[in-house]
Design a binder for this molecule. Structure first.
Ligand code: ADE
Ligand code: ZN
Length: 338
């Protein structure tokens, strides 16, 4: 290969940014601008352990997943009013647009706001207004995914499901279980929750095998019937499962920096995503909580491309996989009402 061809095929941040991308795994509050979060804390008189931008990402990047989730929870009280949800949504969409993202499925933990006394109207109207701004001004598709933290149990799961169904008219398209993967995953009551979500026309995904055992991924695909897996990296410990994921073409929402920051893998070179790719699993690249981990979706592609020696064609194929695995809007969602 001569030098010109090499340069022509170079994968740079600028090159990745310029390609329209779909982001499948991002938490709205994990993408909040740090400055906005600190401002909202002051306005609503919420005590927040970080009061300066320089300590923002280090605060979230220390410790394991369970400790991270404890810190993530501190973000919920920062949003109280419709204007807060709209502002955070708009700013996140502007940042994602600048990174070349043209389709996004932000996760929102409705119950964590509702149980703190925020009205469902405030949340729905604020988020719908932000999504309309994304559609009309930025030309970006937004499909909301409602998640619930498994640690809060089945009752909260049921509340989340009902809120997600009521949210379909303002753009909820998917349903997810998140948080720390503790015991109790095999409780059959989860099946009923996911079955009802599917009947309501919601698309299903689940955080599974992020740090929890491969069995969690099996339960999610075989008992809950999810269409995609959030993370799923522990499938690397179970070759039968990896084969099953490949043969059933189940997309994995891989979030490299998140896995490194929370200690699920020691570094990018140890990340199973390249092995998965070579085993023909459907991998997609995502950012999870870009503000908290100090990353962007384009940077996630770049880190993986640099570590695994991907050329442009390989990166383009994975970007295409993100588009193919994206959830369509719900039939009852009326974008025309923007
Ligand atoms: N909530 C926000 N980020 C998360 C992650 N990486 N895993 C589980 N729950 C989360
Ligand atoms: Zn996540």
């Amino acid at each position: 290969m001569d030098q010109t061809t090499d340069l022509d095929n170079a994968v740079s941040l600028e090159w990745i940014r310029a390609i329209p991308k779909a982001e499948l795994h991002i938490h709205l509050l994990g993408a909040i601008r740090p400055r906005t979060a600190l401002e909202l804390a002051r306005r609503h008189r919420v005590e927040f352990p970080v009061d300066s931008l320089e300590f923002w990402a280090p605060f979230f990047c220390t410790g394991n997943l369970a400790q991270f989730v404890e810190r993530f929870i501190l973000l919920f009280p920062l949003l109280r009013e419709k204007e807060d949800f709209e502002r955070v949504g708009r700013e996140v969409f502007e940042d994602l647009h600048a990174d070349g993202i043209r389709s996004v499925e932000p996760r929102i933990t409705l119950t964590s706001h509702l149980l703190r006394g925020v009205s469902e109207e405030a949340i729905g109207e604020g988020l719908a207004a932000a999504a309309c701004y994304a559609h009309e001004t930025l030309g970006m598709k937004v499909r909301w995914i409602v998640d619930f933290p498994r640690i809060l149990g089945l009752q909260v799961g049921r509340l989340a499901l009902e809120a997600a169904i009521r949210g379909i008219p303002w753009g909820v398209a998917g349903f997810d279980i998140a948080g720390y993967e503790g015991p109790g995953e095999d409780d059959p009551a989860y099946c009923a929750i996911f079955a009802r979500a599917r009947e309501a026309g919601l698309h299903l995904t689940a955080h599974a095998g992020e740090t929890g055992p491969p069995e969690h991924i099996r339960i999610a695909i075989n008992e809950w019937g999810v269409e995609r897996i959030g993370h799923g990296i522990q499938a690397s410990r179970d070759s039968d499962l990896a084969e099953e994921l490949a043969s059933r073409k189940i997309p994995l929402e891989i979030c490299p920096t998140s896995n490194i920051a929370l200690g699920a893998v020691p570094d990018i070179y140890s990340h199973p995503l390249e092995t998965f790719r070579q085993q023909s699993l459907r991998i997609t690249i995502n950012s999870d909580d870009p503000s908290l981990f100090g990353t962007t979706l384009s940077r996630e592609y770049l880190i993986a491309a640099a570590a695994f020696g991907w050329d442009r064609e390989t990166v383009l194929k994975i970007i295409e996989e993100g588009w193919l695995a994206a959830f369509p809007p719900h039939d009852l969602y009326k974008q025309s009402e923007c």
